[in-house]
Design a protein. Structure first.
Length: 304
């Protein structure tokens, strides 16, 4: 289906208004205090002058020129922020006012505008079973506006044919490996997804987090944990196409369903913990700004 350009423009404007309001309230300050530059970076080599710290002497240049030279450093404040946003089929689900993908888009937009106000570079990866689009990190208002437009224009992929082709599924190992290849500069990487991936991706988590500051933003919907008592219910996995029928009025079925979802959620938390990856959980039925505030305070407390 062709994209409705007017609808995209309306959504972009609405998201920018909402996100800008939140950024201007508190999040820009909290963002700056939590995500800072990498410290000191190399600036130039110049001739040694009396009083310079001898520990900064560049011995290679000194040997080549026959004169003492020192390395000069300056404080680096600029960060590179990369957003990896899941556009797999399961993101289309939502029992509230919006879908999980709508939530991912708004959270990403808010963080993008916070990064823009901090004069950081921001980039975007859209992925499902493979990386679908990559927008290298850029600075400035035009960069953030373009990425927000790309997010709004994106749609969770259809699950039709997913069993045969894997399109529409989530492959976290693939996107993490891709990021490790293309993003050489140490960056803050936000992976925004519902993490509906049964495959092994823990090793990819560890490798990516060793090179970058990896943050997992997990999205969910309350209906994924609580079945409505409506009798027989047909459920289709949006990423595999698998169909099951459940009697939701059977005394044990809703509880068994909830336990299984809770078990899977606990397994993800444990994977992230073992990989030393910070997690921020947001749900479609709760204001995400409160979760962001708590997350920022947690990160700031750990740095101090």
């Amino acid at each position: 289906m062709a994209l409705d350009i007017a609808e995209i423009v309306r959504k972009v404007r609405r998201i920018q208004i909402v996100a800008n309001r939140q950024v201007n309230d508190l999040l820009a300050g909290e963002y700056r205090s939590v995500f800072k530059g990498r410290g000191m970076e190399f600036d130039e080599v110049r001739e040694y002058t009396p009083g310079d710290d001898v520990r900064t002497i560049d011995w290679n240049v000194t040997a080549r020129t026959g004169k003492p030279y020192v390395k000069r450093y300056c404080e680096e404040r600029e960060l590179t922020i990369l957003f990896a946003v899941d556009i797999s089929a399961s993101g289309a689900f939502g029992s509230q006012d919006g879908s999980k993908f709508d939530l991912m888009t708004e959270v990403a937009a808010l963080l993008m505008l916070s990064a823009q106000k901090n004069n950081d570079k921001i980039g975007l990866v859209l992925f499902s079973d493979t990386v679908k689009s990559y927008f290298p990190p850029r600075k400035g208002r035009a960069a953030s506006r373009r990425l927000i437009r790309e997010l709004v224009a994106a749609k969770p992929e259809s699950a039709r044919g997913a069993v045969a082709t894997h399109e529409g599924r989530t492959d976290l190992a693939a996107v993490l490996s891709y990021i490790s290849r293309v993003q050489r500069r140490k960056s803050v990487v936000f992976v925004i997804s519902d993490f509906q991936d049964d495959a092994e991706f823990e090793q990819a988590l560890r490798v990516t987090n060793a090179r970058h500051d990896l943050v997992a933003i997990t999205t969910s919907d309350p209906r994924e944990y609580n079945l409505p008592p409506v009798g027989f219910l047909t459920l289709e996995d949006p990423e595999t196409g698998e169909i099951v029928e459940l009697d939701t009025q059977h005394a044990k079925v809703p509880e068994l369903f909830r336990r299984e979802k809770t078990r899977r959620g606990a397994g993800l938390i444990e994977r992230l913990r073992r990989s030393s990856v910070d997690q921020l959980d947001v749900t479609t039925d709760q204001p995400y700004t409160a979760s962001l505030h708590r997350f920022f305070r947690m990160r700031e407390g750990r740095r101090s």
